[in-house]
Structure formats: structure tokens, C-alpha cells
Unconditional design. Sequence first.
Length: 639
Amino acid sequence: MAEKIKATLPDGSKMEVEKGTTLFEIAKKIGPRLAKDAIAGKIDKKLVDLGVSILEDSEIEIITFSSPEGPDIYRHSASHIMAQAVGELYPKAKFGIGPAIEEGFYYDFDLGNSLSLENLGKIEKKMKEIIKENNHFTCKEMSKEEAIELFKSLNQEYKIELIEEIEGKTVKIYQNGNFVDLCRGPHIPTTGKIKAVKLLNVAGAYWRGDENRPMLQRIYGTAFDDPKKLDEFIHRQEEAIRRDHRKLGNELDLFSINDDFGAGLVLWHPKGALMRKIIEDFWRDEHLKRGYEMVMTPHVAKVDLWKTSGHWDFYRENMYSPMKVEEQEYVIKPMNCPAHILIYKSRTRSYRELPLRWAELGTVYRYERSGVLHGLLRVRGFTQDDAHIFCSPDQIEDEILKILDVVLCMLRTFGFNEYEIYLSTRPDKYVGTSENWERATDALRLALEDVGLSYQIDPGEGVFYGPKIDIKIKDALGRAWQCSTIQVDFNIPERFDVTYMGKDNREHQPIMIHRAILGSIERFIGCLIEHYAGAFPVWLAPVQASVLPIADRHNDYANTIVFELLKAGIRAETDLRSESINKKIRDGQVKKIPYMIIVGDNEVETNTVAIRGRGGKDRRDISLSEFLDELTKEISQRL
RNA sequence: GCCGGAUUAGCUCAGCAGGAAGAGCGACGCACUCGUAAUGCGUAGGUCGCCGGUUCAAAUCCGGCAUCCGGCUCCA
């Protein structure tokens, strides 16, 4: 009789099974439903295929689509099925990589020619055939040499390149149908497990993300264990498109970008400009409260300044060409820091003055390659909510903590509670010494750890003058955009010979911290529009209340109400058109105005108002002063 | 910049085997005066992104450019 071993299940219960039992057999023992849903498993917390047997006492877990790891495994297998389909349809195809991503998967192919959207239909059709065939995914482990020989015989040089970079002696090779792939696994047991699959898009993508290497064809798709979930996914995508700030920006009449003016240059309409004012006022007040001072600096400066700062050598590809003014070359500023440095250097500074915190809503212009512009989120001219802090080395950590505090406080006020934090380290092109880089990076890391924020390291993503902490927030489609940034800089002060007089009557070099909270007003408002789907909280809404008379005879009363509102500092307007009240309400809803104040015979008679909130609830017989009290309270609390 | 797609009225879009530019919404006018998401009727809007080519004839076919969209690379 075979040897018995113990399998510990996730709920802590133990199951006695014969040595060599596979995970799939265990799943069957637990229940037919689980066996049906099982796509992979875990042995002692390590992900494995369902066909793997257990040979000793171990903790095991059956993975289904609903497991945290489920969708990735499922979609990764779907990407292999897509590769098989592409291989069958295009026998000369060479394969790149094909991972699962957040809500789907992709695979990169070199087909010798490009693909268009029309090709996806037949690939998807072929995939469905493969799924119907219910082929097995099989796994073989072999030496790297063997694997290289295998892929040489298949003419797959991209795979060979990948194998050569893998550490260790052996690699795993998976096969489904006639498609053989280098892969860590695990995979679903058979292609038939895929219940719903859809190819979404095709795009060019450089091999290994390097623009000097060949461009492959990347096909995006997604897969679910239930066609209903696929429908929901498509529905969610459609919802996201409705939140798109480019669409809402136009509908709400906030801004436009006009070809005749120039790509990537934003024209702010009255309502958008008003929102900017509201945000900027809040920003200024918050900074003044926290010991910042405001500075203002021009948009162009002599080119030599940028040579001193290092921008001319390290940032020129993002700068516009110089213009000649009376034999002197000037450039439009891509950053505000040199200007602030010159203000610092306008006289001798004492250690008693530090830290100096200078803030500016500074408009900068950067050349962005065509093809990267994106509504308000990526533009060529934008206003940074910039500040530079000049401090002594022993003040750095405290200052960074203060910055993190104001960052989190402001982001929360704007309703952002989810963000990704990155610590970006030294890039390939940089100025300064490695000791300085290390000191600066340590300062940032310590501050993050002090506040207890979880973060990821973004290697090589720092700016040329220093490492940085980046905080990214997501748009409606889940794309992350960098907003807040905190950059420690030991280098630019050195280049400009920035000093202060110390207690010891000697010159010392201050450290400079560059920081932005919103990042740029443009990008931030873009994110804000998508975050609220255009339905801004009342403190931010360009129009806070609209007074709607039911019939023309109520216009005078409406005017007196709006006058009172304006007097109380409420951003209010009236809709005096000879339209039905239903029409006016509908238009107000479409414009996402927080409060509609409806006045008719009843209100005129009793000197009251009827309030309809954006949510659709209405309240009648309210006195204007009562409503005003509530409204001003809501506004001051920034809810 | 690279790969793919797109560009027709203010907006959303139809028209495309090449043969006199259309709809809905919006705007404007008139009538209606209405109680919580679209009152009715009428009018005006377009060098069909720009430049060139093919053709008896181009919104429609071809080429170049611009811009936009989805990605890649790059970035606040």
C-alpha cells in the first residue's frame, strides 16, 4: 500500500492522501465544483500546475479564477492560446513576450509586417477553435542549452535572448497544441478552461521597450471565466469613456485645445479658469499657512542660465529652440528652479533664514514628442505648483516630512485616497557625485519609512539632478499619472555656487528640495475631472447653484434669490429661458450643477425655495437663509 | 518619434462599388408658461482637416502634411 502524506488545506484542515497524488485529484476529493473551477494550485505557497503531485506533507491550495492569483494565470494562459492561434495563422511569426496585465493580457509578435484591427477577428476565431479543442498545456523542464537548441530549430531568436538572460541551469518549456514557449508557468490544465475571451486592440511595441530595437506587434486581449464578466468588463470600459476628461471638459465647457493655436496648449474657458482660480487660491492659502512664501518669475531666460543649471546638457531634448533678442539667446523655461536660485542669490543669506520655502505657480513649456500628448494629462505648456526649499543638511528630513504632510493633506482634500508612491533612483544621465546621490536617496527613503507609507523603488527614474519621490494617481481607464513629486538636490546649489553664512561665520552650501503637490494644474484638473466624473464637490464646482423659475412670472423672484446667493459668495446663476421646468432641470443635471433652486408660485408666496440636489432628491419650503447656512458650511468643509 | 486607426455642421454621427452634402442634439425665431431629467413648429449652420495627384467627375481612390484616438518610448 502506498505511503500516506498530509495535505494542509487553506482552512487549516488536513487531508490524508497517497504520496504522489496530484493537486487536481485533491481538488476532486474536496468537491466536483472545485475540480471544475480549478485552474492551478499552490504547494507550500509556490504556484504550480494542477498536474503536479505532492510528495511530502505540505500546505496546498487550489487556485480558481476567483483566487487573487487566478485572473493572471488564466489570462496568461489565454495569451499562450493567442500565440498558438497567431502561430497557426502566420507560420513565420516570431514570438516576444506575452504576460498578463491588470485587466487582461498581451503578446508581442514579429510578423515581418504590421497588423491592423481587422486581423483580430480571425485570430479570435482561431483562438475559439483552440479552446474548443481543449488541448492540454504540458510542461517540460530542460537545460538552457537544450532550450536554446529547441528555439534555434524553431527560428525564435527573441526566446533565445530571453533564455540567455535567465539565471540558473534549467528553464521550463510549456506547450499547447503546436505552440512551444519559454514560460515560468503555471498554466491552466487545458485550453477549454477559458470561458470568455476577447481581443481588444493592436499596437506597436518595441522589443524590450527599447526604441532602437525592432517594433513588434502587440495584441491586447482579456479573458474571464464567465461571459457575463466579460460583458461587465466591456460595460466598465464604456463607463470609463464617459468619465474621460477630454469629453467632459468639452461638455462642461471647461477648456479646449485648438489646432490653430497649437497642439498641447490648453485654452481655459471661463468655467475652467474659475476652477483653476478656486484650486490655486486654496493652494496659496494652504502654503502661506505652512510657512511658504510666494515668488513670481518670468517665462523666458537667457540660455547661459540653463547651461549653468545643467538643463542645456541634460534636458535640451525637452526644451524649445532659443530665440534671439538683441544678439542674446533666450529660451522658454522648462523649469522654475534657476529663477528661484537667482532670487536666493540676490543677497547674502544667513543660516538664521533657513529653511526658505518659496512657492510659485510657475508656467513652463516642454517639448513633448508628437504622439505622447493626451488632453490635459500630457501637454506642452503647463503650470507647476512648484516650490523650492533651501535648507541646511540637518533640516532635510524634517522638511521632507512636512512636505509629505502637505501632499497627503491636499490630495485627500481633493478626494484622492488611492495613489502609488515611487522612490526613483539615479538615472543614466546625471550630475553630481554618487555620495550626494546616496545621501539624497537615503533622506527620501527615511522620510517615507517614518510616515509609514508603502512605496516601490523605480530604478533609474530620478531626474538628472537628484532622486525623487513620486506620487501617481490614476485616470478613468486606470492609467497612472505622476502628480506629486519631491526631489532632493545637492547638485544645482553646487553648480550655482549657492551659499549661506553659518554660525561659524563661514560659507556653507544649502540643500535644495524641489517639490510639487498637484504636479501641474493641467494634469491635476484632468485627473480631478475623471475622479469626480465631472460632478465636482460643491466647493470646487464652477457653478454651485442654479436658480430655475418655473414660469416667466417667477423670473423676478429668481433674480432676487440669485442676487442674495451672489452676495453670500455663492457661485450662482439663473436659467430664465422660456423652457419647461423639466427641461431646465435636465440641463442642470447634464451640467452637473450641485444644487438647483426651483422657484414657482408656492415659493414666491411663502418666500421660500425648493432645493433639488444633484442626486435628485428635492426639499421644499426651505427658507433661503437656512439653505445658505447649510451650503456655506458644506463649502467651508470642502466636502 | 514609432505601430495601428481616425478627421463630414458647435456636439454625436450617417453618407464611401466615384455621379448635385444628411440626421439627432445644440444655436436662433415664434408659439406655449409648464412643479423636479428633453413642449411644439420653423430658420440658419459645412472650401467633407490642409496640400497635391488620378479622373469627364473626388467627401468617397492615391501620396504628403497637420491634428486627434489606442499603444510603445519619453514625462508633471
